[in-house]
Design a protein around this ligand. Structure first.
Ligand code: PLP
Length: 364
């Protein structure tokens, strides 16, 4: 790739083209065999009994909440440092989001910050495996067990990430994935719920299809959150490539980390930390700099042809659709100091060295 280095780019090859053409030519664009086949292989990959394909990661979180019976009068612990869709489904079901500050090293919700905010209305936790590294699931499961809370993993950025020997999406009551175009694997738009709970999966299957039950009757008020066969066939091909695409992300990330070592030693940057026992799949490479340096760095890199991105620049509780006062100091700092460097698998080591060179020039 010459010229500009984009922030994200899907790896689409002949296999994807052939799969989509095969489905187009079959005439069965929806409700065909591809969705079921994708669900089966995704469940096997994650290591769960059930996978329910839906139209987006947002739909996956929405249906997981509904299927677990969470709604009006309930409280759900959420991360303020994430994409808005980690929280908007909580409001959509009529529940109240309770914001829990993050761990400054992993950027994921810290279990020690949950204890004081739990009360008798709290029903669930939505830990976000942010940037491709899983949250502290031992700590979160302990809090959940002690307080009888459901755990819905937001694994929308963590396809293939591991916590000890467990894959993201196999640890909580439900796991939610997004297959948006820039994710670690893509179907264009799309999502998946993973679970060992057959009842949850059945309810989600009904809700994604207008509330239609096994007898064909519309038993409950549902949605059209279905995945098409064209998306599912793409997903099957992408799933086969996921581990190797993640390996490339990890290699690309390690090149920047190595190149940044002198700047890290002098305290100018903080590179991502892969916690022992976890496998980071680098959906984003989060580099931390001082707040004074952040904006000039982003503009300087863009001028040099590298699409460095500002990370999440405000906590979700300060987005217009929430607008709550919920001070979370670690989140506030991360919102002012994090940038995302491209590490997606279309990039090779020479791109990574170009990115690192630009960062060094601007941060010196
Ligand atoms: C952490 C997180 N949660 C939820 C979502 C929502 O996924 P989708 O865009 O597929 O609805 C995303 C995707 O951008 C995400 O990054």
């Amino acid at each position: 790739m010459n010229g500009r280095i984009p922030a994200g780019k899907p790896v689409i090859g002949e296999e994807e083209e052939e799969a989509v053409l095969r489905v187009l030519r079959s005439g069965q664009l929806a409700a065909g065999p591809e969705v079921q086949a994708f669900e089966k292989s995704f469940a096997e990959y994650v290591g769960v009994e059930e996978a329910v394909a839906v139209s987006s990661g947002t739909a996956a979180i929405h249906l997981s909440l509904l299927s677990l019976g969470i709604g009006k009068g309930d409280k759900v612990l959420v991360s303020p440092y994430s994409f808005v869709a980690s929280v908007s489904p909580v409001l959509a079901v009529g529940a109240e989001p309770i914001f829990v500050d993050i761990d400054p090293v992993t950027y994921c919700m810290a279990p020690e910050n949950m204890v004081d905010v739990i009360d008798h209305d709290t029903r669930a936790i939505i830990p976000v495996h942010l940037y491709g590294q899983m949250a502290d699931m031992d700590g979160i499961l302990k809090v959940a067990e002690e307080n009888e809370l459901k755990v819905i993993e937001d694994a929308c950025q963590a396809h293939g990430a591991m916590y000890c020997d467990k894959k993201a999406g196999s640890v909580g009551h439900a796991g939610c994935f997004s297959f948006y175009a820039t994710k670690n694997m893509t179907t264009g738009e799309g999502g998946m719920i993973t679970t060992d709970d057959k009842e949850l999966a059945e309810t989600a299957r009904m809700l994604r299809n207008h509330g239609k039950g096994p007898q064909g009757e519309h038993e409950t008020c549902g949605f059209n959150y279905l995945m098409t066969d064209m998306e599912a066939c793409l997903g099957r091909v992408q799933l086969d490539k996921l581990d190797s695409m993640n390996d490339t992300r990890r290699r690309n990330a390690s090149i920047i980390t190595e190149e940044m070592a002198p700047l890290e030693e002098s305290g100018i940057v903080r590179t991502p930390v892969e916690v022992e026992g976890r496998k980071h799949v680098y959906h984003q490479y989060a580099l931390r700099v001082s707040r004074e340096k952040r904006d000039p760095l982003v503009f300087g890199m863009r001028k040099a042809g590298v699409d460095l991105r500002m990370g999440y620049d405000r906590p979700i509780y300060r987005q217009g659709f929430v607008d709550m006062d919920s001070p979370c100091p670690e989140t506030e700092s991360a919102c002012q100091e994090v940038v995302w460097a491209p590490v997606h698998p279309v990039l090779d080591p020479s791109h990574m060295r170009r990115i690192a060179w630009g960062l060094k020039q601007l941060l010196r």
